[in-house]
Design a protein around this ligand. Structure first.
Ligand SMILES: [Zn+2]
Ligand SMILES: [Zn+2]
Length: 327
């Protein structure tokens, strides 16, 4: 029996068609083949990439200078070789908020190489590796937020070919843009009309319930009632906090714990599953940061693009049972 579900606080719907609920099979991810001699992200191949904008090594933050390349790093941030946007405009750097309707493709596109080894996977990261990755996320978002003309910094990870990752070596990406995305504008407009924060309420209401996957001192991990895709996961801080820049190191380690746990559970339930995870955050103190993990089990087709309504064949309640059955 299908069910049309409304979003927690937006005027959006999804269809839970769990009659069709079979556990989705994973789209082809990557082979386990090691290709480190050809991979530009591997340690030792630093000269195959543009100079790094930030290199994290032994607790220090460095950057490549000119043709020199820092070796033996922990995490390396480089400009994307095929950037969606570029820091240069026809008139040089953009110095103030753009006013025209047609914007030059101003922005920054960075790749965060999460570790030096080709075969490394977030699931196997140690606590300190995970904490470093979270610190890098916080640093790089703050860094780009401080640039003139940047309105939003999108931080995300694509894992698996079906999720849009063109390279196998584990990495995240960050795109800083001169406009506020409509997804965020829509949420903020709705949130400001309410007398409470909907995410604080979600964290409270879903705690200990049938859609709760995991909780620690600072976060709840849940399969949202409004799940667009099978096995969608949200990670929501229990405390009202608008962006990563307000996180202390303690909170970052708890967040890292949640993200690692989420991708581990997904990979156990559906080995090789491709996914995207995305940070939703803003400088506006009314916003409440959240991280969403969206597995890729099918592609958005005509109905979804026509209506914005996603048909999800696995109810979040069933997904939680599958995710937790072997733990
Ligand atoms: Zn590699
Ligand atoms: Zn809140």
């Amino acid at each position: 029996m299908s069910e049309i579900r409304k979003h927690y606080f937006l005027d959006e719907h999804c269809i839970i068609a769990s009659g069709r609920s079979k556990r989705p099979s994973a789209p082809k991810a990557y082979s386990d083949e090691q290709v480190s001699s050809k991979c530009a992200f591997c340690s030792g191949n630093e000269d195959q990439t543009p100079a790094a904008t930030a290199v994290y090594k032994g607790g220090m933050i460095l950057r490549d200078i000119d043709e020199g390349r820092i070796k033996d790093w922990d995490i390396r941030c480089i400009p994307n070789l095929y950037p969606a946007l570029s820091p240069q405009t026809d008139n040089g750097m953009l110095s103030k908020k753009p006013t025209t309707k047609t914007l030059k493709g101003y922005g920054f596109h960075e790749v965060i190489i999460e570790g030096p080894d080709h075969g490394s996977r977030i699931q196997r990261f140690t606590d300190s590796e995970m904490l470093l990755l979270m610190k890098v996320y916080r640093d790089r978002v703050l860094h780009y937020r401080s640039h003139d003309g940047v309105e939003y910094v999108s931080l995300f990870k694509n894992w698996g070919k079906k999720a849009g990752a063109s390279l196998e070596h584990t990495h995240s990406q960050l795109i800083a843009i001169p406009v506020m995305p409509s997804t965020m504008v829509k949420e903020l407009v709705s949130i400001k009309q309410l007398d409470h924060c909907p995410y604080c309420r979600i964290a409270q209401n879903e705690s200990g319930g049938e859609r709760c996957i995991y909780e620690n001192d600072h976060f709840i991990m849940l399969a949202p009632y409004f799940s667009r895709v099978p096995y969608e996961i949200w990670i929501v801080p229990k405390q009202h906090i608008e962006s990563l820049s307000s996180f202390n190191d303690d909170m970052l380690s708890y967040l890292g714990d949640c993200i690692r746990r989420a991708v581990t559970l997904l990979d156990k339930a559906i080995p090789g599953l491709a996914y995207n995870y995305m940070f939703f955050q803003d400088q506006d103190p009314d916003y409440h940061l959240n991280v969403r993990i969206a597995p890729v089990t099918s592609i958005a087709a005509g109905f979804e693009m026509n209506t914005g309504i996603y048909i999800n064949s696995t109810s979040p309640e069933t997904a939680v049972k599958h995710l937790l059955e072997n733990t």
